[in-house]
Design a protein around this ligand. Structure first.
Ligand code: MC0
Length: 140
């Protein structure tokens, strides 16, 4: 069901500072920047590698407000890994299959994600404390 690690989402206080850190330290390149009001984030995708099933990225996330998923995470835990995003071929089908196993979904239906992807989150309490995202890459 899982094709690859699509991205690792990292919560930070200052997006521009963190982008510069990843560029300077690891030589990564920003391929997309977006504000996602629904998710309450300003985010950047930095390309890491390509695989037959698609690319993988570091996703840097800065909250738009303190009262957002990432804002609350930062206040409780500080900067660090916020979630793992896995590539799937069909996010609607994957959600159905995972729900049938009794795993709690955050999103019953896919939402709009970075770079036109369809995304859905699974609750960390049912995934060993890991906030888990399913990502169906946009078809171009
Ligand atoms: C919260 N918890 C986490 C967590 N965030 N555990 C692991 N990883 C995280 N990132 C834990 C808390 O420690 C707490 O555990 C419990 O979940 C409830 O947390 P809360 O602070 O009371 O917050 P809630 O319940 O209001 O919300 C938590 C929840 C929320 C995961 C449901 O953050 C959510 O719906 N996340 C999905 C959307 C999201 O994260 N969007 C931002 C990225 P204890 O043990 O204290 O009870 S958007 C994105 O990434 C898009 C743009 C993309 O990829 O394309």
């Amino acid at each position: 069901m899982l094709l690859r690690i699509d991205h690792v989402g990292i919560a930070c206080h200052n997006l521009e500072e963190k982008i510069e850190f990843y560029e300077t330290t690891f030589g990564l390149t920003v391929v997309s920047r977006e504000v996602n009001e629904e998710q309450g984030v300003r985010e950047a995708m930095l390309h890491v590698a390509d695989a037959p099933s698609g690319a993988s990225y570091v996703q840097l996330l800065e909250p738009l407000h303190p009262d957002t998923a990432v804002g609350k995470f930062l206040a409780k835990r500080g900067e660090g890994v916020h979630h793992i995003g896995y590539g799937v071929a069909d996010v609607t089908q994957a959600l159905q299959d995972i729900a049938a196993k009794g795993i709690k979904l955050i999103d019953e239906r896919p939402r709009h994600g970075s770079m036109g992807a369809s995304i859905a989150f699974l609750h960390p309490k049912d995934v060993g404390g890991v906030l888990t995202e399913l990502v169906e890459t946009a078809r171009h």
